[in-house]
Design a protein around this ligand. Structure first.
Ligand code: HEC
Length: 120
C-alpha cells in the first residue's frame, strides 16, 4: 500500500515527544520521593572518592563491584548517568527489595554515591 507522506507526517510527527519524555522523567520519580527531596540531593556536588566507601558498605552486596551485576541484576550505572533524578528517587525511597536510604544516608552521601556509581 502506498503511504500518503503528508498524512503520515501530520499524524506521526512526534512534536512533543522530547518535552513529554522530559516531563515524565522529572515527574515519575517525584511520585514517590518529592521533587524537593530529589533536588536537595542533585543540587549538591558529589565526590566520587567519598561515594566509594558508601557504595562498598551499602550497595555493593546487591549491585556488585561494577554496578551492573550482583543479586539485584540491574545496571544502575546507566540509570545514574542518564536519569540521575530517578536514581536518587530510588535511593531515597527504595524499590522492591531495595531498602530506602532516606534515614540511613545524608543527602551529601547520596550525592557522593551517585558520583561514584557514574564512574563505574
Ligand atoms: C538489598 C539489596 C539492595 C541494596 C543494599 C541496594 N539496592 Fe539498589 N536495587 C536493588 C534492587 C532489587 C533493585 C531493583 C528494584 C526493582 O525495580 O525491582 C534496585 C534498584 C536500584 C536502582 C534503580 C535501577 C533502575 O533500573 O531503575 C538504583 C539507582 C539503585 N538500586 C542504587 C542503589 C544504591 C546507590 C545503593 C546503595 C546506597 C543500593 N542501590 C542498595 C537492591 C538493592
Amino acid at each position: 500500500m502506498k503511504r500518503d507522506p503528508s498524512r503520515a507526517s501530520t499524524r506521526f510527527t512526534p512534536k512533543y515527544s522530547t518535552g513529554l519524555a522530559l516531563v515524565v522523567a522529572l515527574v515519575a520519580p517525584a511520585c514517590g520521593a518529592s521533587a524537593a527531596q530529589i533536588s536537595a540531593v542533585t543540587s549538591l556536588t558529589g565526590t566520587a572518592s567519598a561515594g566509594q566507601s558508601v557504595y562498598s558498605s551499602q550497595c555493593q552486596s546487591c549491585h556488585g563491584t561494577n554496578g551492573r551485576s550482583g543479586s539485584a541484576g540491574r545496571n544502575i550505572v546507566q540509570v545514574a548517568q542518564s536519569n540521575t533524578n530517578a536514581a536518587v528517587g530510588v535511593i531515597l525511597l527504595g524499590d522492591g527489595t531495595m531498602p530506602s536510604f532516606d534515614n540511613t544516608l545524608t543527602d551529601q552521601q547520596i550525592a557522593d554515591v551517585i558520583a561514584y556509581v557514574k564512574t563505574l
